[in-house]
Design a protein around this ligand. Sequence first.
Ligand code: GSH
Length: 247
Amino acid sequence: MFELYHDWDAFCCIKVRFCLAEKGVPWVGHHVDLQRMEQLKPDYLALNPKGLVPLVVHDGRTLAESSVINEYIDECFDGPRLSPLAPYERAQMKIWVRFEEEVLHPSVRGPTYQLMLRKAFADMPVALIEERIANSPTAEKAARLRNASRGLVPDLAEVDVARSAMIGALDKMEARLQQSRWFGGDAFSLADIAIAPFVDRLEELNFAGMWAGKPAVTGWIARVKDRPGYWEALPKPGQRIPAPLPH
Ligand SMILES: N[C@@H](CCC(=O)N[C@@H](CS)C(=O)NCC(=O)O)C(=O)O
């Protein structure tokens, strides 16, 4: 049995669900509601002391880190290969997965907290917020959550810094996709799976206009959206974080 601890509208969880859908792997889900800071409940921290989703339990063993999880899924299960065999293409795939980890996912974190989770946390009782934050494994996480749970006034400077990083990232993606149909080369791979949730989050943040004038990125997005697995991975109505605050 393949168990996934996840939240529906979390970047790294969409990434793992997209991989599972592409491979056709059945899974059982356990919802960890980030809008209620459930990643900081003691029973979840016992499974993943970092207090992050996703987390997998397979054959009784746990595994964290979405990119590692996706490689594991690709290797463990039948279904279409999601990693090129040719060494150079395989290396390219890894470079673009790393780009997602180092650039894309960090760039959405600020706006997600400032514009989306801030709104969600506004409905949480202060005592519950403090109870959860007290369990935070790092001071950085505690500070981020406390900042985002204090009122409905976002830190737009943080959003602007992120916006610049996103524009720079989309320029790099455009250059790569001018040369290559998919991020890893000729074939769809784990790199495309890793980067696809970035598109979804930008759409949720109402930043979709950022790829106007980027035909190669626009074409790649259309090809990703042609895949049923992408739609299977996305949250369904009612599973989304509320629409962002004005910005
Ligand atoms: N490098 C980790 C990052 C995991 C991560 O940051 N997960 C987010 C959701 S996409 C999370 O759990 N956020 C809750 C928090 O930071 O407290 C991975 O790829 O799995």
